[in-house]
Write a protein that binds this ligand. Sequence first.
Ligand code: C2E
Ligand code: MG
Ligand code: MG
Length: 712
Amino acid sequence: MELQPSKILVVDDFRHNRIALNKVLQPLDNIELVEASSGSEALAKLINNEFALILLDVNMPNMDGYEVAELISSTQAHKHTPIVMLTAHDSSTKDIMRAYEVGAIDYLTKPIESTILLNKVKQFVKISQLQAKTNYLRSEREVILEAAGQGVIKFNSEGKVQFINSKACQLLQSDNDSLLGTQFNLWFKTAEREPCHDDLFLFLRTQANAQGIFQQRVTLYVEDNKTYLVELTCTSAKKQLDASMIVLFQDISDRLEMENRLIHLANYDTLTQLCNRGSFHEQLKRALGRAKRVKSTVALLFLDLDRFKQINDTLGHDVGDELLKGVAERLRLVLRESDIAGRLGGDEFAILLEDCHSSADAELVAKKLVDSIRKPFVLHGKEILIETSIGISCSDNGEHNITTLLKWADIALYAAKSAGRNCHQLFIPAMSAKAQKHAVIQSKLRKIIERDLLDVHYQGQYSLTEKRFVGFEALVRWPRNGFGKTPISPGLFIPIAEQSHLIHKLGIQTLKHACRLLQAWQSSTETQHLSIAVNLSAKQINSQDFLSTTQATLDQFSFPRAQLTFELTETAFLDNTENVVKTMNSLKDMGFMLALDDFGTGYSSLSYLQKLPLDILKIDQCFVQRLGQCDKTSALVKAIITIAQAHDMNVVAEGVETKLQLDCIEQLGCSKIQGYYFSKPIPVDLINGLLNPQVIPIKPKIDKPQHKSQVN
Ligand code: C2E
Ligand code: MG
Ligand code: MG
């Protein structure tokens, strides 16, 4: 801090006196002398000036020193400015007393002893400079306190306000004078249940003493019982119990609201307002820890909606979103306040039940949930039905970790879905091995389909009359690279795809492969005549958008529609026969061929043969493979062929592996053969080699005489 020179006002009507005083005071550093030759001039000099000292002569014409001193002392601005009277050598005690009365703090008798004057003035200048410094520091401290933007209050050891900055006055909605001396506990309170509620000041000071700085959120009570949440930062002035305490505080209502909003966003699903995956896992972890301590049972329920994807695709995302909200609402209705529900993503929900008595409790809740969700939803004026499956896993006394519980619930969910929908399934260790394997396959398959990595192999269909391959069946294959060392057979993964929604995408992806090939074949006379058969599963046909998505896929290609055959097994007609018949008719109307696959294995009634516009009947390989060994089989196959012919259908024999089987089937009147004898299912790039074995030296990897030219 740089100090300004201290001003000294010298008032004397004799010029040579003023010059003499000036001379005496010369040795003093950092002073500025201001002269006045009369009382009135002195008063004029006081305007806009602050003086460290006034040296005032008593004897002056018009207005003597006493009058001047009296006037100066009566002003607000200068009442504390020290005045030293310069009195005549013959001054009486009365004169001196008068000088004190009018406001002088000292006097010097003329002739003035220069060293005395010099030392006296020196002392006054020092005091004045100290005063200036103190004032400066105080104002600087006040500026800092105001700039802090926070309320600052100093409380004395009894908790009374000693100092308060203007921000604190503003927050307390009062003024400085009214607030000084008021009690801390009058303004700041905690909830009654808090242990520190009774004497909050004492509590905070004790904490601040112990910890140096202590923070606490409390409620500030202002006029009309209005309250604000504030955060106090308390510092004890000294490390003693009777010390004063400085409290910094600010209104944190907005900050808290923002904090709460961020916490909500981080932990809750914005659509349903249920916990999101992350916070659900946190809750599960916490519940398991607690169950370990209090020896209770925790149940985890995984809930998956069936047909949700279809609703989303056909009715739009708005309806899908509304449905998810509706499901969340139903969960809330069934669950207790203390249960925790979360949306893990898409149409997957999870529920955490704490303090169950046994797994039976969880099963009861699951049943209620299934029943509640199966009731129709009315969305955008439409009634929508949805099914759910629930998998349950339990932990007694916190045993098993979160990963295990999640895995078990997933396996149980898978089992529930396999058992038919609209039901729940409790995880039991016995279900583990098989269900686990299926769950793993399902998740791998999901990834394969998402990345469009499915492979398709083609198995030739050989015409004995034309002596050439006339078509191929498209058979989906697990990709060779990645996703496990040994590829999984379609016999295993197709039923798994059928139990989830994956079969729809699988179907479309296989169909696209086949269409691309058919289209490519159109450009060559060697391949133009070939047809391709694609398998359909009952699940696909029964989906509402099957026809529209199939149509949309086929619209991307141009080849004669009759060169594409859809194969369907008998079992597809077991459920929802009418709908299947309708869909098959539509496919037929669109110009495609229809084949009945694996004929003879399942459904014994033949009545649907009349109802369906079938073109081809495929005799199941189990009959074909018994030909030549069993006469009854021959009779049965003959009957099948006769029925097919009676219905104007072509017959294809599946699974012909040997020359004997081939001869038998040919004899029975079937001329179209599909089987290892002519060709195993092969990758697309080996088809040319199969069609033209002489041209392409690379033989397909097939282990028996594979085609006619080699057989003869
Ligand atoms: P499917 O439609 O009856 O297909 C014929 C199955 O018999 C194929 O099994 C084929 O490899 C096998 N096979 C053909 N000739 C012989 C033979 O001479 N001997 C023996 N032992 N087997 C022969 P794959 O490829 O394992 O397919 C099994 C089933 O999976 C298919 O039976 C079909 O129902 C289903 N599938 C395959 N691809 C698809 C697809 O893209 N979509 C649907 N929905 N199902 C498919
Ligand atoms: Mg087939
Ligand atoms: Mg078949």
